[in-house]
Design a protein around this ligand. Structure first.
Ligand SMILES: Cc1ncc(COP(=O)(O)O)c(C=O)c1O
Length: 356
């Protein structure tokens, strides 16, 4: 019998979450961000669930080509543009739009002298200082792009550093708006957090990622309160049960010791499956449909769940690591990380299935 661990991807939840995006941003086109293997859910699987999107955003030219070859005809954007000049012919042949975030990338297009044609999203650094043309260089780059024979349509783009935080986006938005205000071209600014909280940033294309997968972009607001449904349910089973006497420890380092008689379930899931090793005792987990907590240290292939208050739980009882009953954001919070990281880190050895 196979190990009982499984990630189930709900296409219906993806469709629902896309509808939520459109409720928040009814006038913008939706560029669904499906990089990093669809935030861990499987890129093509996610594209199928989100096939109604106006566009898809990925990282590598190979991902773009895979999407085209799978028959997706909408806009496909390479979020960091070309990593090497020889990617240009491939991008052009498959009608992939590319980000231009620096002058080196602009020079690749100029050197092509119109041999190929690509649509460009010109990325502007509005304060995050990650990728993007700085305001003082903007006009120079923009004018050269306009004159470049290899460039088709130009969209103006930025990305916000603090859309999910109290600081918000006002200052960065104002900087972007001031710089680009007189230009009549399509604009793209908003990730999930920005499209939910700052309607002024919707522009022509919103770029939601995390909310499509049913997790919250915010530390202070749950996915459920945003009407988002988890696209992934990560499940396993109890494969062993131990009884602890007061003072006995469990797992590596005896990181947890019983202070009373306890029942402990051994769950077939560990950090080699993508469960965070730093999740401490007390991380929420559901066994046999009941909420309980993890105990002790997560090991490579197993972790421990407290069954003391769940007498009906035994070997073979179902376990939900995250999904509908335990939000991935709750597990992430306990492990001092974010839902994004947990979803992206699901290991290849975890079988994945999709349901409608
Ligand atoms: C440029 C860009 N736009 C949009 C997104 C989507 O962000 P989120 O998942 O927070 O909605 C990302 C994600 O990292 C990004 O890098």
């Amino acid at each position: 019998m196979a190990r009982p661990i499984l990630a189930t991807i709900h296409l219906g939840a993806l469709r629902h979450n896309l509808a939520v995006v459109r409720r928040f941003a009814p006038h913008a086109m939706t560029m669904s961000v499906i990089k990093a293997n669809g935030y861990g859910h499987g890129m093509l699987r996610v594209a199928q669930g989100l096939q109604d999107s106006d566009g898809f955003a990925v990282l590598g030219v190979d991902e773009g080509v895979t999407l085209r070859e799978a028959g997706y005809d909408q806009t496909i954007l390479l979020l960091e543009g070309l990593f090497a000049p020889d990617e240009l012919p491939l991008a052009a042949r498959h009608r992939l739009a590319i980000v231009v975030h620096c002058e080196e990338q602009l020079r690749v297009l100029e050197a092509d002298r119109g041999a190929h044609q690509v649509d460009v999203f010109l990325k502007i650094n509005s304060g995050m200082n990650r990728l993007g043309v700085v305001p003082t260089r903007f006009w120079g780059v923009y004018d050269r792009l306009k004159a470049c024979k290899s460039v088709g349509e130009i969209t103006l783009m930025t990305h916000f550093a603090t859309a999910d935080e109290a600081l918000g986006v006002e200052e960065a938005f104002a900087r972007f708006d001031e710089m680009t205000g007189e230009i009549s071209r399509p604009r793209s600014m908003a990730n999930s957090a920005s499209l939910i909280r700052f309607p002024q940033t919707h522009g022509d294309w919103v770029r939601p990622g995390i909310m499509l997968y049913g997790a919250s972009p915010f530390a202070d607001q749950s996915a459920v309160s945003l009407d988002l449904k988890p696209a992934m349910t990560f499940t396993s089973q109890i494969i062993g049960v131990q009884s602890l006497q007061p003072g006995q420890g469990v797992g590596y380092g005896y990181a947890f010791r019983a202070d009373r008689p306890m029942r402990v379930g051994v769950v077939a899931c560990g950090y080699a499956d993508g469960y965070p090793r730093h999740a401490p005792t007390g991380t929420p987990i559901v066994v046999a449909g009941r909420m309980t907590r993890t105990l002790g240290r997560v090991s490579m292939d197993m972790l421990f769940a407290d069954l003391t208050e769940i007498p009906e739980a035994d070997v073979d009882s179902p376990v939900e690591l995250w999904g509908e009953q335990v939000a991935v954001d709750e597990v992430a919070r306990a492990a001092d990380t974010i839902g994004y990281e947990l979803l992206c880190a699901i290991a290849r050895r975890v079988p994945m299935v999709q349901v409608d």
